[in-house]
Structures are given as C-alpha cells and as structure tokens.
Design a protein around this ligand. Structure first.
Ligand SMILES: Cc1cc2nc3c(=O)[nH]c(=O)nc-3n(C[C@H](O)[C@H](O)[C@H](O)COP(=O)(O)OP(=O)(O)OC[C@H]3O[C@@H](n4cnc5c(N)ncnc54)[C@H](O)[C@@H]3O)c2cc1C
Length: 525
C-alpha cells in the first residue's frame, strides 16, 4: 500500500537530475528528488576528507555548464563564482620543459614555438577549425535525438535545419567533421602537429574517462564531442570557487526554490511498474512512493538492470542494456598538501601558474602504454594524470598556506585482475611517484590522501562499472544510440519512465544538458 503519492519522482540528485527537477518545477510540476547519499550533487560535490581540508571530491572542472542553464538557475546570483583560469592547462614534458596553454591562442602559440615553429604557426588555425566544427556540433547537444525509424514532423524539421547548418560549415570543415569522427585521435593530432607533447595534451580529452587509448578508432568523435561543449584545445578548465560542489549546491537551491523537494539518504531499490507504465518507487527502508512519472538520473544499467523487474522489459531491450558498455578506468585521489609543488619547466608564482589543470602524459605512446596496461586488467605503472588545485580558487578548502590537490588517474581498470581490495595505497603511490618526476619534492608535501578506486566509485557514488560518464563515450553509444538505438529521446519502453543522467545524449561531463533535454521531453509528452 503506497504511503505517499507525488506528481514526479526523480531518482538521484546528480547535477543532471537537479536540472531536470528545476525545469519541471518551473513548469508547475512537483518533483520529489530521491538521493541515496547524504549529500546532493552526485559526482560533483565538495566534501571534507581530512581535518580542515575540503576536496573537489570527484570532478574538479565543469563541462562547463551550458550558459542558458546557469542563467535560468541563476547560479551566479546564488553565489557561484565561475573561474576561467589563465593559464588553463600546463603540460610538463618530462625533459624539464612544459607547454603552457593560455586562453589566448597567440600566447599559446608563443609557448609552443620553442618546441616547433611549424606547430606554433598551425596552432591558431587548429583552434579556429576546431572552434567552427565544435560550434556546429554544439547545436546538436541541445537536441532531443530524433527517432531513426519514424521521425516526427518536428524532428524532420530539426534535421533539415541541422543539414542547412552543416552545409554552411563549408567544404573544408564539413569534410573534416565527417573524417575526424571515426579516426583515432592520435592520427588526427598528427595531421596537425609534430610535437609529441602537444599532440598528447590535445588528444587527452578524447580518452578522458574512457576505456580507449589515443590509437583507438573513434576517439576522434570524443574529441569532437568535447569541442562541442568547449572548443579550447585541451579544455578551458572552467571551474567554480569551492569546486563543482559549489555549483550543485546552488542547483539544489534553485530546484527547491522552484518547488522541488530533495530528500537525501533515500536509496531507491525498485521502480514500480503497473500495466507497462511507471507507478512509483520503493525505497531501501521499504517506503513506497507512488507517481505516474519517474525520471532516473542514475545510469542506464543501474536503472534497467538494478531497479526495474526484468519481467517488465522486453528481453531484446534487456540484452541491449546489458551490451551498453560501462568499463570504468578512472581512480580519483585527493591529496592534502603542505604547500604548492613546483613543476619542472613551470616558472613564476605557482598560485598563478597552477590555476588551471596540469596534464601528465608527455606523449602519444606514453598515453597508449598507460591504456595498454588496463586492457589486461592492470593498473598503469606510468599513468595519465589530470591534476588540479581547487584550493587556489578557494583558500578556505585548506588550512592557511596549505593546499588540496585533485588527481584524476587513468588507467585503473574496474576489472582489475585480482580485484580492488587493499589497492588504495598502491594507487596513491603510483600517482605520487609519477608526479615526483614532474614536480620533484611533491611527496614531502603530502599530509593526507583520499583514494577512490573504480569499485569505490560504483559502491559509494552508484556509478555502474565505476564509469565516470555513466557509460562509454564511443561512436556506438552517442547521440541517437545513447543509451541505445530507438530509446535515445529520454523515454524508455516503460511509459512514464524517463532517463535524465549522463548515460543519455549528450552526457560527457558537467554541462547539465542531459537534464535540460530530458525535462523538455517530459514536459512535451
Ligand atoms: C572521478 C570523476 C572525475 C570526474 N571529473 C570530471 C571533471 O573534471 N569535469 C567534468 O565535467 N566531469 C567530470 N566527471 C564526470 C561528471 O562528474 C559526470 O559527468 C556528472 O557528475 C554526471 O552527472 P549526473 O547528474 O548525470 O550523474 P551523477 O553525478 O553520477 O549523479 C547520479 C546520482 O544518482 C544517485 N543514485 C544512483 N542510484 C540511485 C538510487 N538507486 N537511488 C537514489 N539515488 C541514486 C547517485 O548517488 C548520484 O548522486 C568526473 C566524474 C568522476 C566520477
């Protein structure tokens, strides 16, 4: 017997679910958001991990959040201070030199010149090309992927408009777009540049959070998807003072103010289905809540294989969801530091130089070898690292004069041979040893570490397979195929059940777009 009846249930309080709840509430619906953890924000939270130290617990940069969403939710008025660091990325080469990526392409070209004058000359053209191609794709991000079998009149109209915009790209860029998608990103960057370090720093976005290396086919598409969200090669490193958690806190406030209710500590264990339609949920404590609309911000595999009784789903659909790949390869390490480290080749005030991200992965072969290990179930001995220092933008995240370092470590395969129990210290040691070669003396600055293995990402944050994007960003799992062909428009085979998380188009980081698109779909239906 249901104890409670509500209008709409949203499962999970990740940033996408908060965006969905906000838009629904704005439109007059009454969403109830149910989050299993004690805190809202999903993989974008800022939490204390050692006395006096607060980390950007998992994500350390933003997608960035789509400007229209930030505006609608009035995030800045709610106290979010977005930071667009300059320099935005530093790539140490291991030979005592580093490439410093500024927001200004011509200054970045100056930094590239000592490595190759040819590359320096080509860099501004690369930025312009990727900017135009990314600009075209950016339009697709806000689109509800159309039905392939039977597109509606509205969908055909949208496709026609997209076709016109594609033609307007011109021959060179439209050809580039068609060619680059299926390519290996290693080949793509090699067509432009000869400097290995530059190639690797640009290619890294195409493998970030994936189970692919730079020589994997289709990594070109991931680079294009990243460029659609933010065209700066290597990423603009946009973040918020206080880390992405500051953004999700403001998002939760916006959703509540619009009329949504958010209940934390409320794990959904079952989505109720009656006569092929969503009927509500059951919580871990046995509470039943009835609702005719249920929207899941959890990943597709957890939603369909963990929460829905398989008897309610067509076996063919279940097989497709089983085949939806979520092979996590990322570990997250938060480090409390006595002070900022000095990276070789990086000059000037460290608090200025390290505002953005630090890319550790000095060459294409280095990145590929790091990936190779994971194919055989092993942790990379020389991993690719993406590092940030969130306390530079918000000194209150650490005691006076101290700092927090956020390390995204790849590759640490979820399917590690021998499992993950007792592996945390080994992971931290590999990451710190790797950093020591680029920032000698960093080890002596360490006061405390917090480690999340891919298993921890699944156990603690509900990410199936420990996959940071709720499923692989691969050509066969993007756009009309995310999460699966025929069900990419946020609806599901169960009437009244929708998806709104990162396992739907466009996914890929903290942008809020999956959540906004899903809200539009629900409101249209
Ligand atoms: C280690 C790591 C580093 C990352 N780094 C970056 C980065 O620097 N920049 C970037 O843009 N992106 C980054 N990402 C990706 C980004 O965090 C995700 O794309 C984003 O958080 C996805 O948001 P979401 O709302 O779709 O889902 P999530 O943030 O995963 O939220 C889903 C929520 O649903 C809840 N939930 C799941 N199942 C249930 C249930 N049964 N009942 C109730 N609640 C449930 C979970 O607890 C969670 O709160 C990173 C992710 C990870 C894991």
């Amino acid at each position: 017997m249901a104890q409670d009846v509500v209008d709409v249930i949203v499962i999970g309080a990740g940033h996408n679910a908060l965006v969905t709840a906000f838009y629904l509430a704005k439109a007059g619906r009454k969403p109830l958001v149910l989050e299993r953890r004690a805190v809202a924000g999903g993989a974008a939270t800022s939490e204390e991990f050692a006395p006096g130290y607060r980390a950007a617990t998992l994500a350390h940069t933003l997608g960035p959040i789509r400007p229209s969403i930030a505006r609608d939710m009035q995030l800045e008025k709610r106290g979010v201070r977005f930071v667009r660091p300059d320099p935005r990325l530093i790539a140490p080469g291991g030979d005592g030199r580093a490439i410093v990526f500024s927001t200004d392409p011509s200054r970045t070209a100056d930094a590239i010149r000592p490595f190759s004058s040819k590359d320096a000359a080509k860099y501004p053209e690369f930025c312009a090309t990727i900017g135009r191609v990314g600009g075209f794709l950016s339009g697709l991000l806000e689109m509800i992927p159309p039905s392939i079998d039977a597109p509606s009149a509205g969908e055909l109209w949208e496709l026609l408009k997209t076709g016109r915009r594609f033609r307007a790209l011109g021959k060179r860029e439209s050809f580039a777009l068609l060619r680059w998608g299926p390519m290996a990103v290693a080949d793509l960057v090699a067509e432009w540049f000869e400097t290995d370090l530059l190639q690797a720093a640009i290619a890294a976005r195409a493998i970030h959070g994936t189970a692919m290396g730079p020589w994997s086919a289709g990594t070109g598409a991931v680079l294009l998807l990243a460029a659609a969200i933010d065209p700066a090669p290597g990423g603009a490193s946009v973040t918020a003072a206080g880390g992405p958690g500051a953004v999700t806190r403001a998002m939760a406030d916006a959703a509540r103010e619009a009329g949504a209710e958010i209940r934390t500590g409320s794990a959904v264990t079952r989505i109720l289905v009656k006569d092929g339609a969503a009927a509500g949920v059951i919580l871990a404590d046995g509470t039943e809540i009835a609702a005719a609309t249920v929207i899941s911000g959890a990943d597709p595999r957890h939603t369909f294989l963990g929460l829905v009784d398989p008897i309610e789903l067509d076996p063919g659909f279940v097989t497709r969801i089983r085949n939806y790949r979520c092979p996590g390869t990322v570990a997250k390490i938060n480090v409390a530091l006595r002070g900022l480290p000095a990276f070789r080749g990086v000059t000037g005030d460290a608090a200025v130089a390290l505002q953005g991200r630090v890319h550790i992965g000095p060459g294409i072969d280095y990145l590929e070898r790091a990936f190779d290990a994971s194919k055989y179930g092993e942790i990379s001995a020389a991993p690719y690292l993406d590092v940030a220092f969130p306390s530079i933008h918000d000194p209150s995240m650490a005691p006076a004069g101290r700092h927090v370092m956020s390390v995204h470590m790849q590759y640490a395969p979820y399917a590690r041979r021998g499992g993950w129990d007792g592996q945390s210290s080994a992971l931290a040691a590999i990451a710190l040893q790797t950093l020591e070669t680029h920032a000698p003396g960093i080890g002596a600055l360490v006061e405390h570490t917090q480690v999340f293995t891919p298993k921890d990402l699944e156990r603690t944050f509900g990410l199936t397979g420990g996959h940071i994007h709720h499923g692989e960003l691969a050509l066969d799992q993007l756009f009309t195929m995310r999460p699966t062909l025929g069900w990419a428009d946020y609806s599901t085979p169960i009437r009244g059940l929708y998806l709104c998380g990162s396992g739907t188009h466009p996914g890929n980081g903290l942008t809020g777009m999956s959540g906004a698109n899903a809200a539009r779909k629900v409101l249209k239906t």
